[in-house]
Design a protein around this ligand. Sequence first.
Ligand SMILES: N[C@@H](CCC(=O)N[C@@H](CS)C(=O)NCC(=O)O)C(=O)O
Length: 201
Amino acid sequence: MSSPITIYGDSSSGNSLKVKFVCDKLNRPYRWVETSVVKKETRTPAFLAMNPVGQVPVILLADGTPLAQSNAIMLHLAEGSDLVPQDALARALVMQWLFWEQYGHEPAIAVLIFHKAHLKKPAHEINPELLPKSESALNVMEQHLSQRSYFVADRLTLADIALVAYTRKAPDAGIDLARWPAVRAWVARIETDLGLSSYVA
Ligand SMILES: N[C@@H](CCC(=O)N[C@@H](CS)C(=O)NCC(=O)O)C(=O)O
């Protein structure tokens, strides 16, 4: 059995939940330390010593080595499992979606969710570019998923786990996924694969 790790995460953070989803799927033991972003628990000296960026998730490996960045953590934990294809091209395609998730998807949808649902900002205080950027990201996903059931390799990979983390919470940003039927069906499929209940905003 793999050695236990410690996950510092905020349970309302999709980036943190990605790590939990991978551990649960792979039956990897872990200790979860709830670390609130809103209460600034990511800015204490002890936390900054683990991750100078001041963000969750961070994991501590069995030997105490810290590792940050949700997608890097997922890759490390899932190495050698079916969630990371062995085939070089399929693996690169997983990376393609992981990089896009961090650059094209999460900065729109996750930020909109955070400002609307967590900070409860009024509409006029929210960057008006976030909604169209979120919709564009969903359009990209819809086009891809209208031809297939999973992002890569016809099966569950880290690409699906990374992208589902915030897509399933899109209703929290006032986005109705009914406009993207292939995305909505894929969210339900991945939630089932991960043993999650359907997300209710
Ligand atoms: N690229 C990072 C983003 C992590 C991130 O944005 N974490 C947020 C919560 S989802 C956070 O800790 N924010 C606190 C802050 O920036 O002060 C990852 O994928 O791990």
